[in-house]
Design a protein around this ligand. Structure first.
Ligand code: F6P
Length: 504
């Protein structure tokens, strides 16, 4: 890791872009060949990139973000537009100290736990806050240099709360959007943040501020009201009706407005993110996937029920809670160990943070206890994988799974739930889903559970097994109908439509 000042960020950007996405991470992954040490770039497979790539292409777009390494990346190291899958990738380098204080510290050890309702205690550290401001300023400076006259700039997520206002201070001509991909907490929790006023002021530099759920949008509006802002709510915008199987309206759902001192009005809206539904469905039906699915089930000993979890290894995801529920079902005899196999894919994440290390230790302890008690030679009951898998393999796993376990303690949306539904468009499978995910506001036909209550998870799993096939099928089909139309393009289009209106 290097810790030298960052000159690249202060160099002029190669040109002006009409549409700029600003996100903590770039939309391209930097990969290093372990043998030759050669660097290469691959377009990131994430849904956000997929949705925005056509807009970026059509508008001479650029994506500003951190290249994912603390080794300096020069402009000359960056991929060409072709290599980056049709978008201009512009780096904001982070030093090792920035990584520790802005990314691991303020973003992921202060805001992340605070916004996820204190599952672990947030740490408030002034040095981290200083660094967060400094890094946000650098992202804003880069955006100011990159954006063309009257451009649209879309800032993503909690790592960059201050960018909208910092950008507006330099470029009053641009139209700015901000989208929060994680939950926004209730006013009582948010008030704990010593720098709450600065964070809100930074965010309110945006013309449109989007959330996944009504709860988050309402928490944001209530927080503003409590801190003395002039807030009006759109009474007739009853978002609830859009979340129960219907298509979100073309213009998204604005639920409130904030009048600001500079004469602007910021619109607050609900825009639940989604996936490239058609693409996932197509991939799940491809001949290679079907063959891989059959092979996987055979490899796993052709279980009566295959239960699966796919998550980043994060304490918010409730991996431990679902394992404990499966263990309880085995201990109580409600489940026969002969009947089930479980797969848990837990992708490494933020591994240097204590709370993540602890979460990993706890998960691995229970996996090994279940396998010790219920596995057989050559047949573990839980297959645990602590590394990422290619998306094609994940889709094969979804397709092979009888019961998908999404038991997050708190989650902004949870796209795994939607990907699973899209991999079972034929109505097969079953989804056990935590009430505390954004996805639960839309996928209401899932077997909903309260992950804080072991028995609630157990009951949801058993219901998913015992309900008549026809009912289970109807549930899955209804959820697919929702996911099919409310896809990631729809999400991006509705948000961008609101930004366009804001400009007019
Ligand atoms: O969903 C929240 C989020 O922080 C995203 O911004 C990010 O893509 C994902 O979690 C993974 O986190 P990280 O970038 O810290 O690895």
């Amino acid at each position: 890791m290097t810790d030298q000042p960052d000159s690249t960020d202060h160099a002029s950007a190669p040109g002006a872009a009409d549409f700029v996405v600003v996100a903590n991470r770039l939309a391209v992954d930097r990969a290093k060949d372990p043998k030759t040490g050669e660097q290469s770039w691959t377009p990131s497979p994430g849904g956000l990139v997929t949705a925005l790539r056509p807009v970026l292409r059509a508008n001479d777009g650029a994506w500003i973000g951190w290249p994912g390494t603390t080794d300096r990346v020069e402009d000359s190291d960056m991929p060409t537009v072709e290599e980056a899958g049709g978008l201009r990738a512009i780096p904001v380098n982070l030093t090792a100290k920035n990584f520790e204080q802005y990314y691991e510290g303020f973003s992921n050890a202060t805001l992340w736990p605070l916004y996820h309702d204190l599952i672990v205690p947030p740490r408030f550290d002034r040095d981290w806050w200083e660094c967060y401001q400094e890094v946000n300023q650098r992202f804003a400076d880069q955006a100011a240099r990159t954006a063309a006259q009257d451009a649209t700039v879309w800032v993503q997520d909690y790592q960059l709360h201050l960018v909208p206002q910092l950008l507006r201070d330099q470029r009053s001509d641009v139209c700015v959007g901000f989208f929060l991909h994680i939950p926004f907490p209730n006013p009582e929790l948010f008030r704990q943040l010593p720098w709450r006023d600065e964070l809100l002021k930074g965010t309110l530099g945006a013309d449109v501020i989007g959330f996944h759920t009504q709860d988050s949008a309402r928490n944001f509006l209530d927080t503003l009201r409590a801190l003395g802002y002039e807030v009006s709510t759109d009474d007739d915008a009853d978002a609830a009706e859009f979340f129960h199987g219907a298509r979100m309206p073309e213009d998204g759902c604005i639920v409130g407005r904030v009048a600001l001192e500079d004469g602007r009005t910021a619109k607050i809206g609900v825009f639940p993110i989604s996936i490239d539904s058609a693409q996932v469905q197509k991939q799940s039906m491809a001949a290679e996937t079907l063959a891989a699915t059959t092979q996987l089930r055979a490899q796993l000993g052709a279980p009566k029920y295959l239960l699966t979890g796919v998550d980043r290894l994060d304490y918010t995801k409730g991996i431990l809670h679902r394992l404990l529920a499966v263990e309880s079902l085995l201990d109580s005899g409600r489940l026969d160990p002969e009947d089930i196999v479980m797969v848990q894919v837990a992708t490494p994440s933020r591994e240097r943070l204590d709370d993540y290390r602890k979460a990993r230790e706890e998960v691995e302890k229970v996996v090994s206890r279940i396998n010790g008690n219920y596995g057989q030679l050559g047949r573990p009951l839980v297959h645990y994988i602590h590394h990422g898998l290619p998306f094609a393999q994940i889709v094969g796993l979804y397709a092979a799974t009888d019961i998908m376990l999404v038991t997050a303690i708190k989650d902004g949306m949870n796209l795994v739930a939607k990907e699973y539904v899209a991999s079972h468009a034929d109505g097969s499978g079953a989804l056990v889903l935590s009430e505390f995910t954004g996805a639960a506001t839309q996928l209401t036909q899932a077997y909903l559970c309260n992950p804080h209550d072991n028995q609630s998870i157990c009951d949801a799993i058993v219901r998913a097994m015992e309900e008549p096939n026809e009912t289970r099928r109807e549930r899955m089909k209804a959820m697919w109908e929702h996911v099919e139309v409310n896809d990631v393009n729809h999400w991006a289009n509705t948000f961008l439509h609101q930004l366009k209106e804001a400009r007019q």
